[in-house]
Every structure is written in structure tokens, then in C-alpha cells.
Write a protein that binds this ligand. Structure first.
Ligand SMILES: NC(=O)c1ccc[n+]([C@@H]2O[C@H](COP(=O)([O-])OP(=O)(O)OC[C@H]3O[C@@H](n4cnc5c(N)ncnc54)[C@H](O)[C@@H]3O)[C@@H](O)[C@H]2O)c1
Length: 283
């Protein structure tokens, strides 16, 4: 979608971090922006900032773990701006823990926000984007943790691999029509993700107090990319119809290393006894 001026974007988790970076970048390029976030006060602040800078934005409190909430946000977007062209399924939370011993509540929470939140965004917004014939774009926020296994983050990895899988399937399904599809796979970005526990609903055990011993927040603040840079990157990717959006070119080796390990599995299969003499079925 080269010409973004006047187009309408909906961004989940747009009150903070990369979602806010996208809102700022899209608005600076002349797009209308609807922010959907679970946090009212930062969302109001973001909308006020964008509009004070000459943008046209609004916010609607949205909980991406609830389909009805995301559907209501889609309805409100069309009521406010007439139509919608871009959906950024970006809201997400960080949860640590190994697959075998992370608490089931945290497993549920991270699946509900990071995976179901994306699915609900697709269900509520893609039919609306396809309905007006002007074309549009889907950006699903995954992570480098959707590209390789990150130690101590099994549940988070599960959600991000799923988001990559869903998005790659959509890339194939929409090749040749006027819906661009991208997956954003950030490396370290200096956002508030280290304080995700602030938004843990009572259904998952309630808010988590920041852990003073947790150094990951300091590390993100010190080494992470400015989220506004990611906003500009996502805008450029939409304009260029770029499917994979990576924020850190130095991490290319991780993809190469994973691919090498996978191909070694094929080398082994070529030689193994159980498959000897079997005609491959192909796909
Ligand atoms: N920061 C990083 O280093 C990094 C790296 C890779 C991927 N990501 C991903 O980037 C995305 C954006 O996160 P961020 O780093 O900007 O963090 P952030 O905490 O700054 O922003 C996340 C936003 O999502 C909102 N949110 C949380 N739960 C929600 C819910 N149930 N419904 C609606 N909104 C909700 C929060 O209120 C917040 O505004 C996430 O999907 C995250 O997994 C982050």
C-alpha cells in the first residue's frame, strides 16, 4: 500500500512501546489512527499527543483477550472514520518460564493475549478491510522468539511461533490480492514489556508487582531500539509490501543457525534405516 495518506489504521496495544511508535509514524504520514488498548490513561495521553501534533486519532478501550471487545472496537473504528485499511495486531505481554513449569495461569494469559488477541483482531478487522475494495495491510507482531527457541520462554515462544505460522499462511492466501500481510519480528526494543504484569487480569491471578531483581527491564532500556524507529520501519514495510519485518539485522545468524539444524534433520532422514526404500509422498 504505497499511498497511505488518508488511510485508516487500527493498532492494538497502541498506548505504549512499539504500538505507540506505529501510531506516531502512521499519523505523521497522514493516516488516521484508532488506538485500542486495555490501559485508558496512557491511551488518552497518546491520542492527545497525536492530535496536538495535527493528527486525526481516537482511542477505544479494548481487551484483546475478548472477541466481543475487539469486535466493538472494529465497529467504533468504522463509525469514527468510515472504513479501516490497516490492522496492527500488536498488543502483547512478556511472560517468562519453561514450558514444563510455568504456571498454568501464565500459560493461559500469554496465549489469550499474544495468540487469541491476534486471531480476534484478524476475525474482526480483515473482513472489514476486504469489504471496501481499496486494499489494505495486516501487520501481526510476533518476535524473534517466533523464529527460534529462547531459553526460559516456552509459553512466550509458543505464542510467537503461532503468530508467525498464521501470518505466513495468510501471506500465501492473499498473494495476488490487495491485502498486504506482514509479520513483525522485533529483537530488543526499549518498551514497557518488562512491566507486562501491570495488566494481568484477576482471571489469571491479578497484577504482578515489578520484581526488583529482574534485570531484563534495565537491559531493554539500555540496549533496546527506540520504539519510534520500529514505528517508522513498520510504515515503510507497509508501503513496500514487505512480508518479514526484522528490527535487528545483526540477528540474521539465529535464522541461519535454526535453518542449519533443520536441514541436518533432513540429512539424517536421508540416511536413516526406517525410511530406506520408501517412495516419498511429496506435498
Ligand atoms: N519490547 C521488545 O523487546 C519486544 C521484542 C519482540 C516482540 N515484542 C512484542 O511487541 C509487542 C508490543 O509490545 P511492547 O514491547 O511495545 O510492550 P509495551 O508493554 O510497551 O506495550 C504493549 C501494549 O499492549 C497493551 N496490552 C496488554 N494487554 C492487553 C490486552 N489484553 N488488550 C489490549 N491491550 C493490551 C498494553 O497496555 C501496552 O500498551 C508485543 O506483542 C510484544 O510481545 C516486544
Amino acid at each position: 500500500m504505497e499511498d497511505v495518506k488518508g488511510k485508516v489504521a487500527f493498532i492494538t496495544g497502541g498506548a505504549s512501546g512499539m504500538g505507540l511508535g506505529m501510531a506516531r509514524a502512521f499519523s505523521a504520514a497522514g493516516m488516521k489512527v484508532m488506538i485500542g488498548d486495555i490501559e485508558q490513561a496512557p491511551m488518552d495521553k497518546a491520542v492527545a499527543e497525536i492530535n496536538a501534533a495535527g493528527g486525526d486519532s481516537a482511542g477505544i478501550k479494548t481487551d484483546v483477550t475478548k472477541l466481543e471487545s475487539v469486535q466493538a472496537a472494529a465497529k467504533a473504528t468504522v463509525e469514527k472514520f468510515g472504513k479501516v485499511h490497516v490492522i496492527c495486531n500488536n498488543a502483547g505481554i512478556g511472560v517468562g518460564g519453561q514450558s514444563e513449569n510455568a504456571s498454568m495461569r501464565n500459560w493461559q494469559w500469554v496465549m489469550d493475549v499474544n495468540l487469541w488477541g491476534v486471531v480476534y483482531g484478524l476475525q474482526a478487522f480483515v473482513p472489514l478491510i476486504m469489504s471496501h475494495g481499496e486494499g489494505g495491510h495486516v501487520v501481526n507482531t510476533a518476535s524473534m522468539a517466533g523464529m527460534f527457541g529462547l531459553r526460559g520462554a516456552g509459553p512466550y515462544n509458543a505464542t510467537k511461533f503461532a503468530v508467525v505460522g498464521i501470518t505466513e499462511t495468510m501471506m500465501a492466501e492473499h498473494r495476488g490480492d490487495n491485502l498486504g500481510v506482514s509479520v513483525l519480528c522485533p529483537g530488543l526494543v526499549a518498551t514497557n514489556i518488562g512491566d507486562s504484569g501491570r495488566n494481568r487480569d484477576e482471571a489469571y491471578g491479578g497484577p504482578v508487582e515489578p520484581n526488583a531483581k529482574d534485570k531484563s527491564k534495565d537491559m531493554l532500556a539500555e540496549r533496546g531500539l527506540n520504539p519510534d524507529v520500529v514505528g517508522n520501519l513498520v510504515l515503510e514495510a507497509i508501503q513496500d509490501n514487505q512480508p518479514y519485518i526484522f528490527t535487528d539485522p545483526s540477528l540474521r545468524y539465529l535464522i541461519e543457525r535454526r535453518t542449519k539444524f533443520i536441514l541436518e534433520g533432513y540429512d539424517w532422514a536421508d540416511k536413516c534405516k526406517a525410511l530406506e526404500g520408501i517412495e516419498p509422498a511429496g506435498l
